[in-house]
Design a protein around this ligand. Structure first.
Ligand code: SAH
Ligand code: SF4
Ligand code: F3S
Length: 439
């Protein structure tokens, strides 16, 4: 038998790419590849890329440039680009960087083994189709190996929302939900491999509407059915759009103990004029009332969000409205970005705010968000929280776990990976909590 070929995968962008990378490694595993963490020994290097902001896309080309010496040293090395840059730029990637052998868009991963065979033959392979079939259906999983306690499960892909700034509807295509029974089977399989926490993924995960055995299932129904699986202790989902936050999903936050009290619900901006320019299809007030209803169902829920500053047309007063919205919500965590014009999106041609102004706004927003995040963390000190122990920490015996609110928690707890333990929170550090086991 010939030695297995080695695959090195580097993942950029969102969690959906993390999940896809795992599945691509599974598909190539069936074609004789074993994963390696050392790109110098790889027979194939796959970059799973992100196109969301200009910087993210440019990173791919600089990384490809750095691979040149490896290819010079090993002419049999094959280099592939997958993900959203592959979808958006297609053949252009091979023109700009001739060392690329293979370009595969996010909906065509099940065709990777055939593409691999082609590049082994010395040809180039390109596939950026949006085939009808469920790509995951055709992607084999690797051997039944033990898994880390927390896993991602993609339930929905694509986006029909067309926010004026965003490439995702173009790179990932229209909203498609995976059939419910297949997801339940995949979740059971994950639990058998030692997974106790599953995060359901989708570009608009709460728009999930998959075929179930008795009609179409909503995300709330899927969550409730997943909660019946013994051994699965925690369920999360991300990312949600405010307009798809249905009553039954809000109710599930109050009723389903396995559904964790954390919700990433991006709003992007606090000014109605900017929200309108972004095509978000709701007002700031509607968003705030929605959060009130969510908090009525689950008072301790940790809210998280995304923000864009310097969107075309954003005035000082518009930006103040974003700060005001943040003061009202008091996010437990949040991500904020300077607007980056993306080719092909409606906002790309509009006059944008100068970079200096956008940078100054970003700094002010981030200072406020950091203050709120610190307050939320500080409020956990003295509480006892159920913490899922995930991996060893830096010191011997030290572990890193996850709070219900998605904080990293550092503690001494030998031999406890995969268990949910009661942990007293003793300190709040800049990006994590410190705790000790309750005896
Ligand atoms: N589907 C999710 C997230 C999509 S991308 C949602 O609707 O929220 C993740 C985040 O990247 C977005 O929430 C937005 O804040 C940011 N983003 C997307 N396009 C951007 C752009 N052109 N410039 C800056 N930030 C952007
Ligand atoms: Fe992009 Fe808007 Fe769709 Fe989110 S909802 S993926 S921001 S278009
Ligand atoms: Fe990036 Fe594509 Fe995800 S653009 S954020 S990798 S959907």
């Amino acid at each position: 038998m010939s030695a297995p070929k080695k695959l090195f995968v580097k993942t950029y962008g969102c969690q959906m790419n993390v999940y896809d990378s795992e599945r691509m490694a599974g598909a190539l595993g069936a074609a004789g590849y074993e994963e390696t963490q050392d790109q110098a020994e790889a027979d194939m290097i796959l970059l799973n890329t992100c196109h969301i902001r200009e910087k993210a896309a440019e990173k791919v080309y600089s990384e490809l440039g750095r691979l040149r010496p490896l290819k010079d040293a090993n002419p049999d090395l094959k280099i592939g680009v997958a993900g959203c840059v592959a979808q958006a730029e297609g053949e252009e990637i091979m023109r700009r960087q001739p060392l690329v052998d293979l370009v595969v868009g996010p909906q065509a991963y099940h065709r990777l083994p055939a593409m691999e065979a082609k590049v082994r033959n010395g040809e180039k392979a390109l596939d950026t189709d949006f085939p009808e079939e469920d790509k995951f259906d055709h992607l084999p999983r690797g051997p039944k190996m033990r898994r880390a306690p927390a896993a991602f499960l993609t339930v929905q892909e694509g986006c029909d929302k067309f926010c004026a700034f965003c490439v995702v509807p173009y790179t990932r295509g229209a909203e498609v939900s995976r059939p419910a029974e297949r997801l339940l089977a995949e979740a059971r399989d994950l639990v058998e491999r030692g997974v106790v926490e599953i995060t359901l993924l989708g570009q608009n995960v709460n728009a999930y509407h998959g075929d179930g055995p008795d009609g179409v299932w909503s995300l709330a129904r899927l969550v409730r059915e997943l909660a019946q699986i013994d051994g699965l202790e925690r369920i999360r989902y991300t990312t949600s759009h405010p307009n798809d936050m249905t009553d039954d999903l809000i109710a599930a936050h109050g009723e389903e103990a396995k559904l964790m009290p954390y919700l990433h619900l991006p709003v992007q901006a606090g000014s109605d004029a900017v929200l309108k320019g972004m095509n978000r299809k709701h007002t700031a007030e509607e968003y705030l009332r929605l959060i009130e209803r969510i908090r009525a169902a689950r008072p301790d829920i940790a809210m998280s969000g995304d923000f864009i500053v310097g969107f075309p047309g954003e005035s000082d007063a518009d930006f103040e409205a974003t700060l005001e919205l943040c003061r009202e919500v008091r996010y437990a965590s949040a991500f904020s970005f300077k607007y980056s014009p993306r080719p092909g999106t409606p906002a790309a041609g509009r006059d944008f705010v100068s970079d200096d102004v956008a940078s100054e706004r970003l700094a002010r927003l981030q200072a406020l968000l950091t203050e709120h995040q610190r307050d939320f963390q500080q409020a956990q000190v003295g509480r006892t929280l159920p913490v899922l122990i995930e991996k060893p920490g830096r010191e011997p015996g030290q572990m890193v776990g996850k709070s219900p609110y998605l904080h990293a928690v550092h503690l001494d707890a030998p031999d406890s990976i995969g268990r949910v333990l009661d942990v007293e929170i003793v300190a709040s550090n800049p990006n994590s909590l410190a705790g000790r086991l309750r005896s």
